[in-house]
Design a protein around this ligand. Structure first.
Ligand SMILES: Nc1ncnc2c1ncn2[C@@H]1O[C@H](COP(=O)(O)OP(=O)(O)OP(=O)(O)O)[C@@H](O)[C@H]1O
Ligand SMILES: [Mg+2]
Length: 347
């Protein structure tokens, strides 16, 4: 257990809306180890952002939160983040100091009223070095390491004066300024063009080697997952439906949803005219969800009488490979059922 940094157990974030109860995150569990990069992948609306916002205690205040998020600091007792006062000093120390977050749109992290330099040095002074000169030197050094030209001059610029790629770099510099143990990156490169995206991904990998931090990387782009992460959790309708290492995900995907996701990615060398596969149907909104597997209405391998009746739990069926799908007998066993006769289980 020594190498565990974050342990999420049965985490739920349910939103009571006028239309009904929206189960944005519905009982998910995973572990991030020190130095490891984990990816969270899934279509738009499956609950990726809500998961990390709940971990950071940034979920909307009307959300009902259940489950636990244990954070294991380098020294001292583990902290159950879900029990902290969301506006209290402990979570504020963790946020930024121990766990830093970068977002898809950097403008949301920066105030338009202060210079980049002011904002980064402020964060350093709160969490690391109170001395202004020292904090400024650390900030300039970080900006140059994230590839900013003329970092000392950039310190005096306002966020709107920087290009999209430069703002993203500045946000990464700010996130890393307190040497966090965990960096949560929520679609940090989606708004960037591909060449800048490649540079920013490379930069994060380099900095991870240098700082030894863990990364939780959120994206719906499997290409980015392939390049960035070691362990992948696939989310669908607020649940994790498959979790495994990145090689097994691409070469031995188990869940019909994961298989469909992988098939929908354009392959190098495929005839350029070849049509992209798409997953039939759209992601349903998880309000007043009917019983059964959430993927049932879109699934080609669905087993009538089972998948539309019961929720498949996430069960480990191979070493370091868990899946929530009744195509696998272990999952059927886990709910105390037997496979219906005469069903072809090939997916
Ligand atoms: N403040 C809110 N009020 C009501 N519903 C919300 C709120 N925030 C999120 N949701 C809903 O919760 C579900 C999960 O949203 P979330 O933002 O976590 O998805 P996501 O996986 O991050 O998607 P994307 O890839 O588009 O960023 C969605 O159905 C979304 O509409
Ligand atoms: Mg999101």
């Amino acid at each position: 257990m020594d190498d565990v940094l974050l342990q999420v157990e049965n985490l739920k974030a349910h939103l009571p809306l006028e239309e009904g109860l929206l189960k944005a995150v519905d009982g998910i569990s995973f572990t991030i180890r020190r130095g490891e990069t984990m990816g969270l992948v899934g279509e738009s609306g499956c609950g990726k952002s809500m998961t990390v916002n709940t971990i950071m205690r940034l979920a909307p205040s009307f959300a009902h939160i259940e489950g636990s998020v244990a954070y294991f600091p380098a020294a001292g007792e583990p902290i159950n983040i879900t029990e902290l006062d969301p506006y209290g000093p402990v979570i504020r120390d963790i946020r930024g100091g121990e766990i830093a977050m970068i977002f898809q749109e950097p403008m949301t992290s920066f105030s338009p009223l202060h210079t980049i330099g002011n904002q980064i040095t402020e964060a350093i002074r709160i969490h690391r070095a109170n001395d202004k000169k020292k904090a400024t030197a650390i900030a300039i050094d970080l900006l140059s390491r994230v590839g900013m030209s003329n970092p000392a001059q950039r310190m005096n610029e306002y966020p709107h004066q920087l290009s999209g790629g430069m703002r993203q770099r500045a946000m990464i510099a700010m996130a890393l300024s307190c040497e966090p143990s965990l960096l949560i990156a929520d679609e940090p490169t989606t708004a960037l063009d591909v060449t800048v995206q490649a540079q920013v991904l490379q930069l994060m990998r380099d900095l991870q080697h240098e700082f030894g931090m863990s990364i939780l990387y959120i994206t719906h782009d499997l290409g980015v997952i392939a390049r960035m992460v070691q362990v992948v959790a696939v989310m669908y309708l607020g649940r994790i439906v498959e979790i495994t290492d990145v090689d097994s995900l691409f070469y031995d995907a188990k869940h019909p949803y994961t298989k469909a996701l992988i098939q929908s990615v354009p392959k190098m060398g495929k005839k350029s005219r070849a049509r992209l596969e798409s997953i039939p149907g759209a992601v349903p909104v998880p309000i007043n969800r009917p019983p059964g597997c959430g993927f049932y209405p879109r699934c080609a391998a669905a087993i009538e009488g089972l998948c539309n009746r019961l929720d498949p739990p996430l069960i480990q069926i191979e070493e370091e490979h868990a899946v929530a799908c009744f195509v696998y007998p272990e999952v059927v066993d886990a709910v105390g059922e037997s496979k219906p006769e005469g069903v072809n289980h090939a997916v």
